[in-house]
Design a protein around this ligand. Sequence first.
Ligand code: ZN
Length: 499
Amino acid sequence: MEPTALKENFKAYQKKMRAYNHAMGVLQYDFETVMPKGGAEGMGETLGILSEESYKLSVSDELRAMIAELLAQKDALDFQTRREAEELLEDIEKIEKIPMEEYVAFEKLTNKASFVWHSAKPDNDYKSFEPFLAEIIEYQKRFAKYIKPELPAYDALLDGFERGMTQAMLDPYFKNVRESLVPLIHEIGRAKQPDMSFLERPYALNKQRAFSDYLMEVMCIDRSHCSIGEVEHPFTTEFNKHDVRITTHYHEDMMHDSMYSVIHEGGHALYELHTGDDLIGSVLAGGASMGIHESQSRFYENIIGRSEPFIEYIFPKMREIFPSELTAVTPHEFFLAVNKCTPSLIRTQADELTYSLHIMVRYELEKRLIGGSLSTKDLPEAWNAMYKEYLGITVPSDREGVLQDSHWSGGMFGYFPSYSVGSAYAAQMLSSMQKELDVWNLVSTGELAPIIAWLTERIYKHGMLLKPNELVQNACGAPFDPKYYTDYLTKKFRAIYSI
Ligand SMILES: [Zn+2]
């Protein structure tokens, strides 16, 4: 085919793929937010039909032929088209490497495992879940061999979630986390704790909604392209850069919970809203990886949102919205309260400082489970021992221990570390940003636009054109270095606790 026509066909084909994703995304969003319970069956059926069609599009002979023809003239291709072809080819190859019957059997297994996990957790019954977990791990080991036979099994799994992430990168990262943060957390445990009782006063939900609107305004989020919904477990979804949806959950007695969830999801939204225009309709639109996406949400949530300059800036407005609730509370007291560090059992409720230790425990255990040096039978014991050693807490039950997350029941091994490296990428980006911008001065005057512009240039606009390690290099002028993260946390928390 003539090169221009081929390229046009290829673009049109991607648009069609995106259209299916758009339709499924809207339905998923509807399912999570406003669908009446009784609609679940019909919705499931429609989603099933659409996802089958979408799957067919992603592995069709037509697409393969186009990719082959494009890559045959690779050197003459523009960068974007080449990356699109490579990305789609990689997806096809990944699907093809796993024998169909094994893939289907695995899907069935994880459906069953998820179902069992849903009752094992409240019943505190690890025994009923353990055989499923053991089988899932065997599948994961086999799949890793099929997909990347040249890599150690756990590296192949990590790469599936964060391209290029390996144990060689994560071992020194978590070693650094362990050696710098564990003693610090123990020291904080002996220090005087800030008062956070005023956060538990009742904050009317309609006032909290008005506060969310204000936070989105401060973050320069264009509301004509980003809405906010209410759900049980907050998330962000995007259909294209002109239609992004964030969500939150309001609790009367935990105002800060929704506040930081809006800032976190707002960080995800900014990334999507500022993807380059050239990527509209391309398979490369949207965030580069889970780790890079989390770097953006956590940059706003923790680095900016939990900083004293930010709290000082928004406090007058907070007092206006919550006059009685914040009576006799100073911005400094609020800042201390939202940075309180308490080692806890549950990952999703962890504070900024202890969060990565929760991930470290999961990383070490996954490595041993996949590597074969730990059996699923001994897993709870190993889990509890690590929580004792690193977080200094006793796990009272598997419900609050090894059964707390859904990830393993869904077969997602290698996913957890991307949560933590996101925070580490963010700290390194801050350091690099500070060489060019007076970050804290901008934050203290509520001028986030230059910060957003800096991130747009180096991260947002590239979508998936660049891979995670290339984006870090692009933003920081150097490869990933875990030191920035632990230095940032140490400095911040030593100051907060005056130790
Ligand atoms: Zn997130």
